[in-house]
Design a protein around this ligand. Structure first.
Ligand code: 5GP
Length: 191
């Protein structure tokens, strides 16, 4: 997605350890006009009948919520990263190792929010090693729902996640795929 690639080049900051900071428009401050274009692009790439969007707190929520408006305002469900007294029904759970924090944690969704009749689109901000996406796919599989596909805003093509998920046969669409930064320069995979 050209608009997104241009924005990453303009405002993205490459940090040590292959971390790309896009906090001025995507996951701290959010550019709503850009998120609307991202939502439209996900709709174009996933024209199927989708009944729910699944994401993970916190950064996925804003992206998924705006995208949902282009999918007839379907509900957005987000996996929680910590247990709370508010989670009182039957739960679906999976384990994720955080790329940015280096910690393993459980993720939870109440069973009643993912049903076997659902057609699910998973949305998240980044794909690096595929841990978060694998955990979310696990939740969908545990619910018996149909996984239509996964929409990612920025995939880091120099990490394994994209290959692992595509090899599972999952329909994965990433709006920008960042290649291994040479001499600290960002470039994108042709799609
Ligand atoms: P994965 O689980 O695929 O290894 O990493 C994906 C998760 O880690 C995303 O949900 C995202 O929040 C975070 N993440 C991974 N790489 C980056 C990065 O380069 N920049 C930012 N801002 N977040 C990242």
């Amino acid at each position: 997605m050209k608009l997104l690639e241009e924005r990453i080049l303009k405002d993205g900051v490459l940090k040590d350890g292959g971390i790309l900071k896009v906090d001025s428009f995507l996951n701290h401050q959010m550019d709503i006009g850009l998120l609307q274009e991202i939502g439209k692009e996900f709709r174009r790439l996933f024209p199927e009948n989708i009944t729910r969007i699944l994401t993970i707190e916190a950064s996925g929520i804003g992206i998924a919520t705006i995208a949902a408006q282009y999918f007839d305002n379907i509900p957005v469900v987000f996996a929680k990263k910590s247990m709370s007294k508010n989670l009182d029904g039957d739960l679906l759970t999976s384990k994720v190792i955080s790329y940015t924090k280096g910690l393993e944690f459980d993720i939870f969704v109440e069973k009643k929010f993912l049903s076997p009749d659902d057609n699910i689109l998973i949305i998240d901000d980044f794909l690096a090693n595929g841990q978060a996406l694998n955990g979310l796919i696990d939740l969908v599989n545990g619910s018996g729902a149909n996984l239509v596909g996964c929409g990612i805003v920025i995939e880091k093509g120099f990490q394994d996640g994209g290959q692992i998920i595509r090899e599972k046969g999952v329909h994965l669409e990433s709006l920008a795929i960042v290649e291994d930064p040479k001499d600290g320069k960002l470039c994108f995979r042709e799609q």
